[in-house]
Design a protein around this ligand. Structure first.
Ligand code: GRG
Length: 299
């Protein structure tokens, strides 16, 4: 089962990479530098969790997920934009990302800001790619775009990033931590999964179940992310460790310690698996494997 799941992830990653390679704007004009910088960050590696979640959400209901690949790749563009901007000196000031110099280090700050802006915009071009428009119900597509826009916008990831910056160096509490993580990370991961189901025109009741599961999965992802900053390996992670600690970020280990945080991750993992049980008439084996993978991930 585990090997099957690994090969599933590899297969999906290869499809995502291939689609990006074939469809990324080819830069030949005077603005070529920003295209190079965007592609540099987009192709620097990464687990491709958000597009894979979208494909998995779709595949619970329909088998022809290649039809929604442009949408899934658009999610990765949004994610990469957020990482480029997060690494900027005026935000988290990180020199390395995905094992390589951050975009503003490999290029310069102005180019990195533009690369992020360009990727965010490209996401919407891909969400409405002619291939998607031909294959997916227009209402389902609008619903999916609305959901993801909200999840990554002012009342989602952008707001979460604001709160995260404001909380730096302050004594945080559980409520603040939960708010930041929900907005900065969880809503986008949840939306990535749920958009897949929406594009497959899944019944609303099942979309609600996936939304509940997606929240647990997103929280698990973030708790492990916090833990890896303390116990992770720099080379495997592709970025410096103990960076949250140095910046006095509010994190789960900072609030509860490593052991309690690990126990919390295991509880959230169990909750996520329990939420999935409500989909007992669907084949959710891969989502179960993904939950286990996210609990045990090392990067
Ligand atoms: C700048 C609007 C804006 C938002 C930034 C993404 C983000 C919000 C901050 C990055 C800091 C961080 C470590 C957030 C926690 C979760 C997270 C997004 C981790 C990185 O995502 P992965 O592990 O990265 O999926 P890869 O490289 O595998 O794609």
């Amino acid at each position: 089962m585990v090997n099957n799941f690994r090969s599933y992830l590899e297969k999906k990653r290869a499809l995502i990479e291939e689609w990006i390679d074939n469809n990324f704007p080819k830069g030949s004009g005077l603005g070529r530098r920003v295209i190079e910088a965007s592609l540099y960050s987009l192709k620097a590696g990464g687990k491709r969790i958000r597009p894979i979640l979208c494909l998995m959400g779709y595949e619970l209901f329909r088998s022809d997920s290649e039809k929604v690949l442009p949408f899934a790749c658009g999610l990765e563009c949004i994610h990469t934009y957020s990482l480029i901007h997060d690494d900027l000196p005026c935000m988290d000031d990180d020199d390395f990302r995905r094992g390589k110099p951050s975009c503003h280090k490999a290029f310069d700050e102005a180019t990195a800001i533009l690369a992020g802006d360009g990727l965010l915009t490209l996401a919407f071009e891909w969400f409405t790619h002619p291939k998607i428009i031909k294959e997916v119900s227009p209402l389902a597509l609008l619903r999916a775009i609305h959901l993801v826009s909200k999840a990554v916008g002012l009342v989602g990831m952008v707001g979460g990033q604001m709160a995260d910056l404001l909380a730096e160096g302050k004594k945080g509490d559980a409520r603040t931590l939960n708010w930041i993580h929900t907005h900065k990370t969880v809503l986008f991961l949840e939306a990535s999964l749920v958009t897949g189901a929406i594009l497959a025109e899944a019944p609303n009741e099942e979309i609600k179940v996936l939304s509940k599961f997606g929240k647990k999965l997103g929280l698990l992802f973030q708790i492990i992310d916090d833990l890896l900053d303390i116990v992770g390996d720099e080379k495997t992670l592709g970025k410096p460790v103990k960076s949250d600690l140095k910046k006095k970020k509010i994190t789960y280990p900072a609030l509860y310690g490593v052991e309690k945080t690990r126990a919390l991750a295991e509880k959230v993992h169990r909750d996520a698996l329990q939420a999935l049980e409500a989909l007992s008439h669907r084949d959710f084996k891969l989502l179960k494997e993904l939950t286990i993978y996210l609990l045990n991930r090392v990067n």
